[in-house]
Design a protein around this ligand. Structure first.
Ligand code: GRF
Length: 216
């Protein structure tokens, strides 16, 4: 049966678009069956609707608490029976209960070379520190913010004269390449967690995940 991916997003949805492109080209290993946004104006919702994908708006501002929002979110996801839930620019911190419910089938992409710079403003922080490289990391989600096991990481150089926007654009181009690959690995059953960490094809992965240029 076709594997099912549910996408959670809050904004423009360029990572979702890259996942959608991969699914249409047959390289994702499954299809995107549901897109949920917590923000009414999210561009990603329009992309999904244009593509004929089921969408849902679950506006966090209408909920009295994070727990109540996450309960409805989890309910909507459960109805869709996803093999994987993908966070693609989803700007909400999830409750431990939600994370536990989807543990092992919840992925995120973060615009930094994790474990460096969890949280916001990653590009500016890399610039402020004078880093020679920046990048993006796909990781499984745990209760620790941007702290789950990395699956795949791509590096880009920081160029002299870069501002945060220029660096973000260079990193984003890599995000669009690596996220569909990591999702494909998951849907193809190539990734597994053990006590010792993450395995790919039965072999331990490096602590920062597989490096993109070595990825296969
Ligand atoms: C990306 O930079 C992603 O790494 C971060 O949020 C941004 C989302 O961009 N988590 P988009 O909505 O996918 O274009």
């Amino acid at each position: 049966m076709t594997k099912r991916v549910a996408v959670l997003l809050s904004g423009r949805g360029s990572n979702f678009q890259s996942l959608l492109n991969a699914s249409l080209e047959g390289s994702l290993g499954g299809g995107i069956s549901l897109v949920i946004s917590n923000r009414p104006g999210a561009g990603g919702l329009c992309i999904a609707q244009d593509a004929g994908i089921e969408t849902a708006l679950i506006d966090h501002q209408r909920y009295p608490s994070r727990e109540a929002f996450d309960q409805d979110l989890a309910g909507a996801l459960d109805n869709a029976h996803p093999d994987l839930v993908v966070l693609a620019g989803f700007m909400r911190i999830l409750t431990p209960e939600f994370v536990a419910r989807f543990s092992g089938r919840l992925m995120n992409i973060h615009p930094s070379l994790l474990p460096l710079y969890p949280g916001l403003h990653t590009h500016q922080r890399a610039l402020d520190n004078g880093d020679s490289h920046a990048g993006a990391t796909v990781h499984y989600v745990t209760g620790e913010l941007d702290g789950g096991p990395p699956v795949l990481q791509a590096r880009v150089p920081v160029n002299s004269g870069d501002d945060a926007n220029a660096l973000a654009a260079r990193v984003l181009a890599m995000e669009h390449q690596i996220y569909p690959v990591a999702v494909n690995w998951h849907l193809g059953g190539r990734l597994a967690w053990s006590d010792g960490g993450l395995l790919k094809d039965g072999l331990p992965m490096p602590p920062s995940g597989e490096l993109w240029k070595n990825a296969s």
